[in-house]
Structures are given as structure tokens and as C-alpha cells.
Design a protein around this ligand. Structure first.
Ligand SMILES: Cc1cc2nc3c(=O)[nH]c(=O)nc-3n(C[C@H](O)[C@H](O)[C@H](O)COP(=O)(O)OP(=O)(O)OC[C@H]3O[C@@H](n4cnc5c(N)ncnc54)[C@H](O)[C@@H]3O)c2cc1C
Length: 470
């Protein structure tokens, strides 16, 4: 079906207002690009961008799109790292950024938020209620709560200590592809037992519905203590994570690290003298300062039985600020100064070191590009390995960028499948259809396709992601 772009723009403006409907070239191009290393292609360019202000607006747009067979891509802030952020087909982009209402109900133990609120802003709003938001992506100043619940990731060791953000979602308001508005879940703090729709929709990556309101438990903010440990090598840190699980040591809230190369760029960037070797940083949490201090001491005692050059509680907030941000700075370095191809490997804990070394070898011996470098930093305690192939220039043909992306993706996904892990922290569906079939089989994949059909029979929502289109 050919779509008359002018007519579409007019129809959308009539539905949700001219001020909230865009079809100018620069706006369309801005929504076509995401964090993937290669450039925009014609199929990524939207037909129109709309900014709904309410669930009713969303409903009107979806109903129109569904009736006219026009795909819709939902956009939070587009910060997903692995291709979810860009439309895979010419479509209407639904930018949720205007929907930012927030209200806390401390007397009921929950808050409600619209999906477009940024994580950083929501964290500040919740601090007034002494509540913790269990979502910590490195992109938190701009990533939205709607995007985060749609992907259901939390990062850090939070997975192993608190759980996924979706575990705290009590209910949602969502709009289905045909425009129907559906309310799910409970207004109690006790989640429904048994079969229940909220859990299908959390983590559904915009494939099954558009989330327009989220109700989440207020989690009392814990007290925190921070620890830094310097090791001779990354391998020593991997041994430490494996020992932590084997010995049943309570998992910290955050357990992050910098490998040897990342330590140099990260520490230099924050004005600290880089130590030789690799750095681990942990945050311990507990309900009271005394409990937290005691727990941190137990963790420190455990660390001292591993082989650190030094391990200590960091009392000084400025010093901790620098140490903590060194990992974000290492990320900025690799994202800014070259072409970066990331992967995520989540393997059984006892295979962490073996899988890390195999991933490193794999990345240093790619077929699609010779001479790349290996960096690894970020979350490790859950345990997750982020292995980055870094090419110290952005000046590489797009086709090579695609080839490297796919080689890194396929080879690390094979590691995930072989070792029994899942990857998936960033909500990878658009690039992991091959992995889903390899690990779980065609029946599993067909089940997902049928699930989508149940919610979205005309495949309007995020068309191309479940198909694995680039
Ligand atoms: C520097 C950096 C660091 C990052 N660190 C982490 C990290 O530590 N952990 C981590 O998990 N991720 C991380 N990310 C990835 C990403 O930022 C997060 O996954 C984030 O939660 C995505 O939010 P977003 O608003 O940008 O969503 P988008 O990228 O816009 O959307 C993500 C998916 O959700 C869908 N979606 C968005 N909003 C809705 C809605 N209201 N209803 C239905 N579907 C919707 C989209 O269609 C898309 O499929 C990082 C990204 C960057 C750039």
C-alpha cells in the first residue's frame, strides 16, 4: 500500500493537533537514527512523527494506523544500544516524551508515572519520598521510564540483588494496536498471582502494546557504602565474582569494573592517576547505616581473601564520584573516539572467566575487520560481560560497520547459547532472532510470533523487530 505522506500528516494533525505532528525532513531524520554505528537507510525514515499528550491521543493514532495498515514505532528516548531505537520500516513514530505526569501515593505504597518521564528526573521526584528507583542504565539522564519498563532491564548487579524493574510494576495502562485502552494489575501492593497480563507486557519492547501509565511500588531507599578494589588483572576480578557466588556472599547492589585498558582511559578522564591493572567498584546496601556498615565490612573481609592489591571502603564522596564516573568516562571514550561494537554475554557464574577469555579472543580475531582493540568495562556482578570491539576511527565504510556489528553479535550470541546464558540486557530482539531460534528452537520463536498476533493481528507495532530486520 502506498501512503500519501501529506494526507497522513493532515489526518494525524486532525487527530492530535498540528503542534504535535511533524513531517519535516530534519525531524524525520532525527528519529531515523539511533545509537547503532552505521548511518540511516531509507527504510528507517519515518513518514511522520507524533507526540501524543494522553492515552486517548495514543489510542486515536493507533486506531488510525491499524485501520490503514501503517506501522507505528514507539520512541522513548531512542537510547537502546542495539538497534531497537530505530524504525525498521517507514512508519509513524510515536514519541512518548510529552507524557510525563508523576504522582506518588505513599499511603498506598506506590507511585504512578507516565512513560515519557526521564529516569534521572523520576529518581529525583522519588527521592522526596525517600524511595529508590530500581532502574540504573548509564543513559539515565535521557532514557525514559517507559523505554526501561518496555525493555525491562536494570543493569549493574541490581538484577541479582533487587530484581528487574518489572518485578516492581503493580499494574499498567496500555493501548493496544487497535486503539483499545487496557488497564492491568492491582492497586494493592500485592501483585496478582497466577496468569496475569501485566507480566506479558513488561519487557515487551513495544511489540505488543504502547505503555501509557505505569504503577510501581515505592521501595524505601537503602543506606549505601562504597568499596573500591584494585587488582593485578581483569581475571582476578572474574575470580572474585565467581567466588562471591560460590561462597554465598550477599550480592552488592552495584558491582562494576574496568579492565586494564579501560582503567587507563577512565581514570585519566576523571583526573585520577590510573593504577596498573584492573579496578572493581561495589556498592553495598542495607536498611540502616549500622546494617550497611556491617555488611560492607563482611564484603571487604571477603574481598581481602581474594587477591586485591588494595581494597577499601571509600568514605570521601568526591573521590567515590570520580571512581564511579570513571566507567562512564571509559564508555564515553570508546563511543566518541571511534566505532564501537558492543556485545553482552551473560553466562553461568562458574563459567564467567572461561567465557570472558573466549569472548576476548573472538573479538581480537574478527574476520570482518583486522586491527580492532578490545575493551571491557561496566557491570560484572550479575554476572554480565560487556565485550567491546573498538576501532579507533569512525572513518570506516558503513558496510564494514554492519559486518563487524553482525559478526560480534553472532559470535557472542553463540557463546551465550553454548554456555547456557541469555544476553538480553538491552532488549535485543531486533538483532537476536537468530539467537532465539538457536537457543530455544523454532517452536519458541513461533510462540512469540503468535503472541504478537494475539495482541497486534496486523503487525502494526514496531514492525520488523520480531522479524529481525536491521
Ligand atoms: C550510554 C548508555 C548506557 C546505557 N546503559 C544501560 C544499562 O546500563 N543498562 C541497560 O539496560 N540499558 C542501558 N542502555 C540502553 C538504554 O538506554 C536503556 O535500555 C533504556 O532503558 C531505554 O530507554 P529509552 O527511553 O531510550 O527507550 P527506547 O530506546 O526509545 O525504546 C526501547 C524499546 O522500548 C519501546 N518503547 C519505548 N517506550 C515505550 C512505551 N511507552 N510503550 C511501549 N514500548 C515502548 C521502543 O519501541 C523500543 O523497542 C544504555 C544506553 C546508553 C546510550
Amino acid at each position: 500500500m502506498t501512503i500519501d505522506q501529506k494526507q497522513l500528516q493532515k489526518a494525524l494533525a486532525a487527530l492530535i493537533g498540528e503542534d504535535n505532528t511533524f513531517a519535516d525532513g530534519p525531524t524525520l531524520m532525527a528519529y531515523a537514527k539511533d545509537t547503532m554505528p552505521w548511518d540511516v537507510e531509507s527504510q528507517n525514515i519515518p513518514l511522520a512523527v507524533v507526540r501524543p499528550g494522553s492515552s486517548l491521543d495514543v489510542s486515536h493514532v493507533l486506531k488510525y494506523a491499524n485501520d490503514n495498515d501503517i506501522p507505528v514505532h514507539t520512541h522513548g528516548s531512542g537510547t537502546s544500544l542495539v538497534g531497537l531505537g530505530r524504525p525498521k520500516t517507514n512508519c509513524i513514530v510515536l514519541d512518548m516524551g510529552r507524557m510525563q505526569e508523576f504522582k506518588a501515593y505513599p499511603e498506598r505504597g506506590y507511585f504512578e508515572v507516565e512513560p515519557g518521564m526521564h529516569i534521572g528526573k523520576l529518581r529525583k521526584a522519588l527521592a522526596e519520598y525517600n524511595a529508590l528507583l530500581p532502574v540504573f542504565p548509564g543513559s539515565e539522564p535521557i532514557a525514559t521510564i517507559g523505554g526501561s519498563i518496555s525493555v525491562n532491564t536494570s543493569a549493574h548487579a541490581v538484577d541479582a540483588s533487587l530484581g528487574k524493574p518489572g518485578d516492581y510494576v503493580l499494574g499498567m495502562e496500555v493501548v493496544l494496536a487497535n486503539g483499545d485502552i487496557l488497564k492491568t494489575g492491582t492497586e494493592s501492593t500485592r501483585k496478582p498471582a497466577g496468569i496475569e497480563i501485566t507480566k506479558f507486557l513488561v519487557g515487551s519492547e513495544g511489540l505488543l502494546c504502547v505503555i501509557t501509565r505505569i504503577r510501581m511500588r515505592l521501595i524505601p531507599a537503602p543506606c549505601l557504602e562504597n568499596i573500591v578494589a584494585y587488582y593485578n588483572s581483569t581475571e582476578d576480578i572474574l575470580d572474585t565474582v565467581m567466588a562471591m557466588y560460590a561462597k554465598g556472599i550477599p550480592t552488592p547492589l552495584f558491582f562494576e569494573y574496568l579492565d586494564e585498558k579501560s582503567t587507563v582511559v577512565g581514570f585519566n578522564a576523571v583526573g585520577l592517576e590510573p593504577p596498573e591493572g584492573a579496578v572493581a567498584m561495589m556498592t553495598i546496601h542495607s536498611a540502616t547505616p549500622e546494617g550497611c556498615r556491617a555488611k560492607a565490612k563482611v564484603f571487604l573481609d571477603f574481598l581481602k581473601q581474594t587477591s586485591p592489591k588494595e581494597a577499601r571502603i571509600v568514605e570521601d564522596a568526591d573521590e567515590w564520584g570520580k571512581i564511579w564516573s570513571s566507567r562512564a568516562e571509559a564508555g564515553n571514550y570508546v563511543y566518541r573516539l571511534g566505532a564501537t561494537f558492543g556485545s553482552e554475554i551473560t553466562v553461568p557464574v562458574d563459567k564467567l572467566k572461561e567465557a570472558f577469555l573466549e569472548a576476548k579472543e573472538t573479538i581480537l580475531n574478527l574476520d570482518s575487520y583486522k586491527g580492532n582493540e578490545f575493551y571491557s568495562f561496566g557491570h560484572i556482578g550479575a554476572p554480565t560481560i560487556h565485550a567491546y570491539a573498538f576501532i579507533p576511527t569512525k572513518d570506516i565504510p558503513d558496510q564494514v560497520k554492519k559486518d563487524v556489528t553482525m559478526e560480534v553479535r553472532n559470535k557472542t550470541e553463540s557463546l551465550n547459547a553454548r554456555y547456557g546464558g541469555c544476553g538480553g540486557e538491552w532488549g535485543l530482539t531486533s538483532q537476536r532472532v537468530g539467537f532465539l531460534k538457536e537457543k530455544y528452537g523454532q517452536t519458541y520463536y513461533d510462540f512469540l510470533v503468535n503472541l504478537k498476533k494475539t495482541f497486534d493481528p496486523n503487525n502494526i507495532l514496531n514492525r520488523g523487530n520480531l522479524e529481525g530486520w536491521m
